[in-house]
Design a protein around this ligand. Structure first.
Ligand code: GDP
Length: 399
C-alpha cells in the first residue's frame, strides 16, 4: 500500500532518515478524490479495513490516524460511508481533552509559537495533536505547508501528531472536516488539540465554535495596534497574545498589550471573568510561553467553575450537527445530477420573476426528498435481494 510518504514528498526540513514514525510525514491531501494513503486507486475503498484502522488508531499508530483523517476528508460517497462507520466506532473511545484554537495573521509567529508551546506541553507529559489549516496554500500533490519550515522541533517528538489540512476553500478557511478530525485525535489518545488557522475573518468564528480556549496571536504594529484586527474578532478571544516581545521590539510589544487591554476593558456584555486576557511572549526565545499555557489552563478552570465548559461543549456538538445537516443538503444539491439541472432551470424562472423564490426553493426540496426516497427504495431492494427481507430495513418498511 502506498502511504504517500515517499522520501520525495517529505518536507524539506525533515531530518534524513526521519522514517515511518516521523510526525509530519506527508500524507497526500484529497480534496475530491481519495486515492491517497487509504487506497491506491479509485474504487478500492472496499479494501479499507475499518475495524483494523480503529484498532491501530486506538493503539497510537500515527500512520493509521493520518490515513483515517484522509478518509474522513475524502468527498467520495464510498469513503463517506466508511468514514461514518469509523467515526461511529471511535466516538465512544474519545478521551477527555483540551481543545485550543490559535489564530493570527501570516507572520504573527503561529508556527514558532506552537513549536515552543508544544515542547512545553510535551515536557508536562501531554500528548499533543496540532491541526493546521492554511486556506492560502495549494492543496494538490500532497500536504500543504510542505515547503515551509514549521514546528521542526515539535515534529521530532514522539507524543506529537501534526497534520496540515487543506481548507477546501470552505468555512472561512477552516477545513470542513476539522471537527471530525478533532474526534479522531481524541480517540487516538491525544489529550491536547491545537487547531491553528490563519486569521481571515470568518475562520476565527468557526475555530472558536470548536475549541475550549481561543488564542489570538498578534504582533505590535506601527502605531495603531488594533489595525487589521476587527473589534468583533478581538471579542472572540479568550486570550490575546502579543508575540515577538524580544530585543528591540519588547517595549513596543508591551505597549501594544497595554493598548489592547484598554480596548478590551470596554467590551460590554461580558463579566470581568470572561473578558479576554492579554499577555506578551517571545515564541522565538520561549520567554513567557509557559505563562501563556498557565493562562490557557486558568481560562479553562474559570469556565469549569462557571459550569460553562461542559455546557459549551454540548452546545458545540449540537451546532456541529446542524452545520453538518446544512452541509449535507448543500452537498446533495451540488452532487446530484438531476437536482443540479432542475435547479439551473428553475433559477432562470426565478431570475425572470416567473416563479417566486419561495416556491422554487420548496420545489427543489420536494425533488430532493423524492430522489432520496427512490434511492432508499433501490438500496433496500438490493439488500433484500442479497440478504433476504428479514435483515434490517426492508422495502416494506419504507414509506
Ligand atoms: P506564522 O506565519 O504565523 O506561522 O509565522 P511564523 O511562525 O512562520 O513566523 C514568521 C517569522 O517571524 C519567522 O521568521 C519567525 O522566525 C519570526 N518569529 C516568530 N516568532 C517570533 C518571536 O517571538 N520573536 C521574533 N523576533 N521573531 C519571531
Amino acid at each position: 500500500m502506498n502511504h504517500g510518504a515517499s522520501e520525495s514528498k517529505l518536507p524539506a526540513w525533515a531530518p534524513s532518515g526521519g522514517g515511518e514514525g516521523f510526525a509530519t510525514r506527508i500524507v497526500a491531501a484529497v480534496p475530491d478524490s481519495a486515492d491517497s494513503v487509504v487506497c491506491t486507486r479509485k474504487g478500492a475503498a472496499r479494501h479499507i479495513d475499518v475495524a483494523g484502522l480503529e484498532k491501530r488508531i486506538t493503539t497510537g499508530d500515527r500512520v493509521a490516524l493520518a490515513q483515517a483523517i484522509t478518509l474522513v476528508e475524502s468527498r467520495t460517497e464510498q469513503h463517506r460511508v466508511l468514514a461514518d462507520e469509523l467515526i461511529d466506532r471511535l466516538t465512544p473511545r474519545s478521551q477527555p481533552s483540551i481543545r485550543i484554537g490559535i489564530s493570527g495573521v501570516p507572520g504573527a509567529g503561529k508556527s514558532t509559537f506552537i513549536d515552543s508551546l508544544g515542547l512545553n506541553l510535551v515536557r508536562l507529559g501531554r500528548r499533543l495533536a496540532v491541526l493546521s489549516v492554511d486556506p492560502s496554500s495549494p492543496v494538490s500533490g500532497g500536504s500543504i505547508l510542505a515547503d515551509k519550515t514549521r514546528m521542526d522541533r515539535l515534529a521530532r517528538e514522539a507524543g506529537v501528531f501534526i497534520r496540515p489540512s487543506p481548507s477546501g476553500g470552505l468555512l472561512g478557511g477552516v477545513a470542513r472536516r476539522t471537527r471530525e478530525v478533532i474526534g479522531l485525535c481524541e480517540a487516538a489518545g491525544y489529550d491536547t488539540i491545537i487547531v491553528e488557522t490563519v486569521g481571515v475573518g470568518q475562520s476565527e468564528v468557526v475555530v472558536r465554535s470548536m475549541v475550549d480556549c481561543f488564542v489570538l496571536l498578534t504582533i505590535a504594529g506601527t502605531g495603531d495596534e488594533l489595525q487589521g484586527m476587527k473589534k468583533g474578532i478581538l471579542e472572540l478571544a479568550h486570550l490575546v497574545v502579543v508575540n515577538k516581545a524580544d530585543g528591540e521590539n519588547r517595549v513596543r510589544a508591551e505597549s501594544a498589550a497595554l493598548e489592547l487591554e484598554r480596548a478590551l476593558r470596554y467590551l460590554d456584555a461580558k463579566g470581568e471573568d470572561e473578558k479576554p486576557k492579554v499577555r506578551t511572549c517571545s515564541a522565538l526565545t520561549g520567554e513567557g510561553v509557559a505563562e501563556i499555557w498557565l493562562a490557557v489552563e486558568a481560562c479553562i478552570d474559570r469556565a469549569r467553575r462557571r459550569g460553562d465548559f461542559d455546557r459549551i461543549r454540548r452546545s458545540q456538538n449540537v451546532s456541529w450537527m446542524n452545520d453538518l445537516l446544512l452541509q449535507l443538503l448543500a452537498d446533495r444539491c451540488e452532487s446530484n445530477k438531476q437536482l443540479r439541472s432542475m435547479r439551473a432551470a428553475i433559477e432562470s424562472e426565478v431570475a425572470e420573476g416567473r416563479v417566486s423564490a419561495r416556491r422554487a426553493a420548496r420545489m427543489v426540496v420536494d425533488e430532493m426528498i423524492t430522489g432520496w426516497r427512490d434511492e432508499c427504495r433501490d438500496e433496500a431492494h438490493n439488500r433484500d435481494a442479497l440478504f433476504g427481507k428479514k435483515r434490517g430495513v426492508g422495502v416494506a418498511d419504507l414509506p
